[in-house]
Design a protein around this ligand. Sequence first.
Ligand SMILES: Cc1cc2nc3c(=O)[nH]c(=O)nc-3n(C[C@H](O)[C@H](O)[C@H](O)COP(=O)(O)O)c2cc1C
Length: 323
Amino acid sequence: MPLLTPFLHLTLPSPIVLASGIWGTSAALLARAAAAGCGAVTSKSAGPEPRRGHVNPTCIDWGAGLLNAIGLPNPGATHEVDILREAKAELAHTGAALIASFFADTVENFGRVAAILAQAQPDLLEANISCPNVHSEFGEPFAATAQSAAAVTRAVKQAVPHIPLIVKLAPDTPNIGRIAAAVVDAGADAICAINTMPGMLIDVESGQPILHNRRGGVSGPALFPIALRCVYEIHQAVPNTPIIGTGGVTTGKDAAAMLMAGATAVGVGSAIHYRGPDALTLIRDELAAWLDSHGHDSPAAIHALAHREPRYDLHPTPAPIPK
Ligand SMILES: Cc1cc2nc3c(=O)[nH]c(=O)nc-3n(C[C@H](O)[C@H](O)[C@H](O)COP(=O)(O)O)c2cc1C
């Protein structure tokens, strides 16, 4: 089953996308993800300056998902350029696209960081305006309001008009469709949805939060229904904009559901923790087998299927009770 996936100007070898922050930005690991079956790989978000990130503990598996507050450790945009260049060269023979993820503390710095990373000529840029774990330093994420999300989008498009821009949105907003419409209006070419959902865990014996940062972001299976709902609402708001549906995808069937919700490609992150380094290949192959067994000839064949009118004939309305 060919899994070729048209995405903006690209044709990805498969709809599976390595999510940002999962395997860092080492060229070797990104190439490994591509060889494992990803159609695109996303680098760890880089910012204006080098950062160490948060103090341990920074990540915990609590059963239904992961909670992390890694705190965006990265070598800084200038150094990141060399790493991205190396990754781009390693990916060349795989056909997978390189997505360079980045963040910043101000609207202006988003444009500045994008311009620096553009020197490495990634295939796509991804503006991470939704990291929930740096609240105390950066304040409310830019993804929290349509105005701030659009302002970042405009700044990045102005700084780098020639590389398509993906904007990564947050689940904790009352109307994610409105935020998506605002960023598309401001020039975003695609959406990635979603980043982690803010949460916390408390160790009842010591009475203290488990993560040193106190709060963190929930990912993995617990995030899946939230991500599906977000992707569904974004597709309703901006039906012509490609979406990388990300959040809790752990099996090929999850990936199929994400495509049905309106995603064009499917981000995978925490599944690597749950299923091991082969998770990307397993999910790709399960998706291919599922499509095949249901008579679909491509991922595009099930795109946005869940937006059709529900088939009520499967659950006929009971006849009225005679008076
Ligand atoms: C350990 C860890 C680090 C992450 N780092 C980043 C990051 O640097 N930039 C970003 O945009 N998202 C980051 N994320 C969020 C993921 O890219 C993804 O949006 C989220 O985990 C939901 O997908 P999943 O349930 O498949 O993991 C990180 C997630 C985890 C678990």
